[in-house]
Design a binder for this molecule. Structure first.
Ligand SMILES: CC(C)(COP(=O)(O)OP(=O)(O)OC[C@H]1O[C@@H](n2cnc3c(N)ncnc32)[C@H](O)[C@@H]1OP(=O)(O)O)[C@@H](O)C(=O)NCCC(=O)NCCSC(=O)CC(=O)O
Length: 449
């Protein structure tokens, strides 16, 4: 009896004592909690690097050549030729911008064969450059997204890339069409979401271009001639990853806004046939107002994510004052986005688009320099434009570790999509699209007619 009582005394649990089972249970709980946290936590996405298309010199189309082709064309009337000359003068573009080979002919003809050749020449070139720059093993690419608004062949441009580079069979492939100039920022958001559901360290390749040959408008409606005048050859490839190794930028935020529910926004960049049945894309004069409104909507969402508290406070105080003292008509405070970003890349829609965003956000000429210089040197390259601006900042050696970059993309729909990045590693080589010419910029556009 006494022995049994002694044994019981030894094995009976003592209140407050810690036993191995408790430690084991705690470790299991900790492991489960940590695993759930790691599984649910949003993975940080990085930009490993990017490569922009450098059109060859023989694709250059000086304004005089563009206008002469319009003169010689049997399809255009005198009023159209005058309009083209007038807009070219005000376009903010130099004589260095390039058009695809088919547009160097009078009259241009672009069938499926020519369009495919144009697309291939750009997407293969930028993908080659990016693969060479990043040394990435092709099998490490788990997601491929391509963007091309107008030219959407079967098989898709994404399939073209898979075939050429023999990418792996379980690749997640997406081809975004009809999303116009904001598509490359859209694709960054999409890739970032895709990478969340893939194993850590996966890579996403994004290739954006606009094949302008097949969308060349051959009629006399002014609003449909505008894209012919402003759009030029360009393309970009980017590599995103959830691994920080060798990355150049960290993705901070992506904000997407679509205003297509509004009829004038939906119609302001609209592919249709003119009254003679000639296909083209109409850009209405409303576009600037629509872009401004879409940007405002975007800032309402992205502002609180990126602005410092002091700027947000000022904004709310002015907002409240405006409501309380409504008879004083207090103008809303425009937050100073320059305190949130060292570099801003505004989509190169046209000189009026850049000017209206500059005015709307109170930006200095220095802040819009990458945008104006990209328009001047390369024209409107649709979705790729913002990346040529980033390349401008890199080539000028202005990017420093820790600098924040804001990309503002606009596109048919109408969409305003923004992405913000933080620089991890400034570029060590200037072999991008500005190679050999960066020292000529900035130029004083006000002096150029
Ligand atoms: C076209 C411009 C370069 C013209 O320069 P200016 O502003 O200095 O001159 P301006 O306003 O007097 O216009 C010159 C002449 O062009 C005419 N004009 C201007 N915009 C027009 C339009 N959308 N449709 C028809 N005509 C137009 C004017 O009436 C005028 O003709 P007249 O002298 O006979 O009265 C500029 O307005 C501009 O940058 N516009 C924005 C172009 C645009 O929409 N870009 C977005 C592309 S789409 C894009 O990038 C993203 C996307 O949405 O996908």
């Amino acid at each position: 009896m006494a022995l049994a009582a002694g044994v019981l005394k030894i094995v009976a649990p003592q209140p407050g004592a810690i036993y191995p089972t408790h430690v084991l249970l705690a470790m299991v709980l900790l492991t489960i909690t940590a695993s759930i946290y790691l599984a649910l936590r949003r993975k940080t996405v990085y930009l490993v690097d990017y490569a922009c298309f450098r059109p060859s010199f023989n694709l250059r189309c000086p304004k005089a050549t563009f206008l002469e082709h319009a003169h010689l064309s049997s399809l255009l009337d005198d009023s159209s030729v005058n309009f083209i000359g007038n807009v070219l003068k005000r376009s903010g573009m130099s004589d260095e911008t390039c058009v695809p080979p088919v547009l160097h002919y009078i009259e241009p003809y672009c069938g499926l064969y020519e369009a495919r050749a144009e697309a291939e020449s750009i997407v293969f070139s930028v993908t080659d450059d990016l693969l060479a720059k990043t040394w990435i093993n092709r099998d490490a690419i788990g997601v491929l997204i391509t963007t091309s608004s107008i030219f959407c062949p079967i098989p898709s441009i994404a399939d073209m890339i898979v075939n050429r580079y023999k990418l792996r069979g379980d690749l997640r492939v997406m081809n975004l069409s009809g999303m116009a100039c904001s598509a490359s920022v859209t694709a960054v958001g999409l890739a970032s979401n895709m990478l969340q559901v893939m194993p850590w360290g996966s890579h996403a390749l994004i290739v954006s271009t606009e094949t302008t040959g097949p969308c060349h408008y051959q009629g006399n409606t002014r609003s449909m001639q505008l894209p012919n005048i402003l759009f030029r050859t360009g393309g970009v490839a980017k590599l995103l990853s959830t691994s920080r190794s060798k990355a150049r930028f960290e993705l901070a935020h992506v904000t997407r806004i679509i205003t297509a529910a509004n009829n004038s926004a939906y119609r302001c960049a609209y592919q249709e046939e003119d009254e003679k049945g000639i296909l083209g894309t109409r850009l209405t004069k409303d576009l600037m107002v629509v872009a401004g409104d879409a940007l405002k909507d975007n800032l309402t969402t992205s502002g609180p994510l990126v602005l410092p508290t002091a700027e947000l406070l000022k904004f709310f105080l002015f907002d409240i004052a405006g409501k309380v003292l409504y008879w004083r008509k207090i103008r809303p405070y425009i937050p100073n986005f320059c305190v949130a970003f060292e570099h801003i890349c505004i989509h190169v829609g046209g000189p009026a688009v850049i000017s209206s965003i500059q005015r709307g956000l109170n930006l200095s000429d220095k802040h819009v320099e990458p945008s104006r210089m990209t328009l001047y040197r390369f024209g409107n390259q649709s979705a790729a434009s913002v990346w040529y601006e980033l390349a401008y900042i890199d080539a000028k050696g202005l990017m420093k570790k820790g600098d924040r970059v804001w990309m503002i993309g606009f596109g048919a729909g109408y969409e305003c999509n923004t992405a913000s990045w933080v620089c991890i590693q400034p570029s060590s080589c200037a072999d991008g699209p500005w190679a050999n010419c960066i020292n000529c910029y900035p130029v004083d556009i006000s002096r150029k007619a």
